[in-house]
Design a protein around this ligand. Structure first.
Ligand code: PHB
Length: 388
């Protein structure tokens, strides 16, 4: 046999033997998500997106049958998230950890991903520092700093000079507060006060009244998406802040499609900045929204569903690239610099931080037919997390 023929056959054999090492073995993905409690919608939306991707792209990748194993961590319960991760790694022998609706859950699991050298894919939790807690973490959602800076710039450009900030008192709230203050004051704005509300069961009435009495031009708000935003906007309306000339600005967590219809009329006109809107105009999003509504007619696609969908895209692409190998170091190598067009727009995984780089849109809530939508009217292109 000539040298070249020999080389070719050796290379062919090694290619077959590496894929054979994983082919036929199931690809087990341990999904740690809130499936019950006040944040149950997070788990549902993320799984909807992930399952839609699997439906569209097949239930196996690189000759491996994809198996999602879902564990309910009930929301803010870091010890429970950690226990689930331990069990998934030891008993179920999962190849990949994914999910993480809330930041405390992602922080508690990060050291286990490092120990086990398994990829950990964050599908929501948005405190900037999460990705620094393990070299095997990547994030396909967003960070609070990333979605806050653009609305702070918008405020300055729109004659808002004095702002009162209110955030949830935990990681993502602290990041939002810090970034808002930084971007806004560096551009000449003034912060009247920065208030933190408890993340569990806050009663916003006193907070809203005190903010009104301080007479700011605007309140900047971050609360985790869901009922809290609905409660806040109700107080804002009832206590007459809008009539007093105070504007409410926020990250898009407030006007998440999952709760927008419940917020109703008080939501109309709200300005937010965010990485995903159901109303985003693109071919990819049109197809996504159509497929989502066909599959889940009683829900609306939101940013969490898109993160679940994109998370599966990242997993499928990395596995294809690595012939089915899902080990942490190889996985991270495969996703570094990965680019694709998400329903949200063009995105890249930053090879330095393993965090997502994406367009951040400024949007206004408008009534379109019988539904409320976040209508994008401006954007900051390919914006990396400024919070690290
Ligand atoms: C988080 O806990 O990181 C989190 C939860 C909900 C959001 C944003 C961030 O809407």
């Amino acid at each position: 046999m000539s040298f070249m023929r020999k080389l070719v056959s050796v290379l062919a054999f090694s290619a077959i033997s590496t894929s054979a090492a994983f082919a036929g073995q199931p690809l087990k993905i341990g999904m740690i998500l809130p499936m019950s409690g006040p944040f149950a919608a997070y788990g549902k939306q993320i799984l909807n997106g992930a399952n839609l991707y699997i439906k569209q792209n097949g239930s196996s990748v690189a000759d491996r049958q994809v198996k999602l194993i879902v564990k309910d961590d009930t929301g803010i319960a870091p010890e429970l998230s950690k226990r689930h991760a331990q069990e998934l790694l030891i008993k179920d022998k999962v190849d990949i950890l994914a999910g993480f609706g809330l930041s405390p859950s992602a922080f508690s699991v990060a050291p286990l991903a490092t120990q086990a050298k398994k990829p950990m894919i964050v599908l929501n939790a948005a405190t900037s520092s999460i990705t620094t807690k393990s070299p095997y973490i990547t994030r396909v959602s967003f960070t609070l700093a990333q979605v806050t800076a653009p609305v702070a710039s918008w405020a300055i450009d729109n004659d808002i000079k004095n702002v009162y900030t209110i955030v949830s008192d935990y990681g993502p709230g602290h990041d939002a507060e810090q970034q808002f203050i930084k971007t806004f004051t560096e551009a000449g704005g003034n912060i009247i006060a920065s208030i933190r509300a408890p993340v569990s069961n806050p009663d916003f009435s006193a907070y809203v009244q005190r903010a009104k009495d301080a007479k700011p031009d605007a309140i900047f708000l971050f609360v985790p998406s869901g009922e809290q935003g609905v409660a806040f906007s109700k107080e804002f309306k009832q206590r007459g802040l809008q009539d007093a000339g105070i504007q409410l600005i926020a990250t898009g967590d407030l006007t998440d499609e999952h709760v927008l219809d419940t917020m109703g009329e008080p939501a109309i006109g709200l300005i937010t900045s965010y990485h995903y809107s159901q109303a985003h105009e693109s071919e990819e999003n049109d197809a996504y929204v159509k497929a989502y509504l066909e599959e889940y007619p009683n829900m609306r696609p939101n940013f969490m569903s898109v993160a679940g969908y994109d998370g599966m895209h990242v997993i499928y692409s990395a596995l294809e690239q690595n012939d089915g190998n899902a080990d942490g170091p190889q996985f991270i190598q495969a996703i570094s610099g990965m680019e694709w067009t998400s329903p949200r727009g063009p995105v890249t995984i930053d090879p330095e931080t393993r965090d997502i780089v994406q367009d951040i849109y400024i949007r206004k809530v408008e009534q379109q037919g019988s539904v409320l939508q976040n209508i994008e009217f401006d954007k900051v292109e390919q914006f990396a997390d400024p919070g690290k």
